[in-house]
Design a protein around this ligand. Structure first.
Ligand SMILES: [Fe+2]
Length: 176
């Protein structure tokens, strides 16, 4: 059963604020990659698309004298931790199943190794998909965070992905 749609998440003001900050085009591209990966690996397309859409919502800006300071960012970044927390709060507010909200939050927490040594993490399939989906859309020097998409096009892509998720969930249910 699906408790919350991607469209509901996308329209929420909290998601709008943080998805725009870290790159809406990147978030949507990752959600599409996650859909494909989840389908191939028989993982929940509902959870995988949500985790990928929200994976970077913990980013904040590291400006020094009006310019992005990458050294400062690398030293201090905890966007995966913040993102997990923000996504969890948003999902619960929208009425997500608490078990799903927890799984999505952990997938966001472990989507990157930038703050933790890889050897410490043994990822679940959902967590692995979230990491891969992010890497599939990565560009050099973090340029993927700056790719633009207009709001109407973004909304259409999210609505289309919702339909794909619902259709795939029916197929996954039938196969069980
Ligand atoms: Fe990302």
């Amino acid at each position: 059963m699906r408790y919350v749609t991607l469209t509901q998440i996308f329209k929420h003001r909290i998601a709008q604020k943080y998805l725009l900050r870290s790159g809406l085009a990147h978030a949507i591209a990752c959600a599409y990659h996650a859909f494909k990966l989840a389908k191939q690996r028989n993982v929940s397309v509902d959870l995988a698309t949500k985790a990928a859409l929200l994976h970077d919502m913990g980013h904040y800006t590291w400006y020094q004298n009006g310019k992005w300071d990458y050294d400062l960012y690398r030293q201090n970044d905890i966007h995966a931790i913040k993102g997990a927390e923000r996504a969890h709060k948003l999902l619960i507010r929208l009425g997500e199943n608490p078990l799903y909200a927890k799984d999505i939050a952990f997938a966001i927490l472990f989507h990157t190794d930038s703050y933790i040594k890889d050897s410490f993490i043994k990822r679940t399939p959902l967590q692995e998909i979230t990491k891969l989906a992010d890497e599939m859309d990565e560009e050099k020097d973090g340029l993927h965070h700056y790719r633009k998409i207009d709001h109407d096009k973004a909304l259409k892509m999210i609505e289309r992905l919702d339909l794909m998720v619902e259709k795939e969930m029916e197929l996954q249910d039938d196969a069980r």
